[in-house]
Ligand binder design. Structure first.
Ligand SMILES: [Zn+2]
Length: 117
């Protein structure tokens, strides 16, 4: 039930951004950036989000997302590689001395608010 906790975190973050005046009015869409290393199942996250916002001010808000690929910086040759599976060897030189630089994020990328009044 990893996704339910994450959905709650997203809802809390949306609320916090509202309280800070980042957005106001009618929220229609939330776009996330989900790193491949987070092991989140986006469809299930969207399902949880929908269930948890039912009968709240956020009911009907669409959740969409962009997959963030895993990238690593090789300490041996300085090249950046992009990975689509676990087992991070530098694609240029084969070194295992790779520091993951991207792919762990789970962020709100943008919020779309309706202009209708
Ligand atoms: Zn390398």
């Amino acid at each position: 039930m990893h996704e339910a906790a994450i959905a709650q975190g997203v809802i809390d973050e949306i609320q916090r951004l509202h309280d800070e005046g980042v957005w106001s009015g009618k929220l229609v869409e939330v776009r996330l950036r989900i790193g491949k290393l987070t092991a989140v199942v986006p469809d299930y996250l969207a399902f949880c989000f929908e269930a948890m916002t039912k009968d709240t001010a956020l009911e009907g808000v669409d959740l969409s997302w962009e997959d963030v690929p895993v990238q690593g910086l090789c300490h041996a040759c300085g090249e950046t590689s992009q990975f689509d599976k676990i087992g991070f060897l530098c694609l240029s030189c084969g070194s295992p001395d790779v520091e993951i630089s991207q792919g762990r994020e789970l962020l709100i990328d943008s919020l779309e608010v309706s202009d209708d009044h």
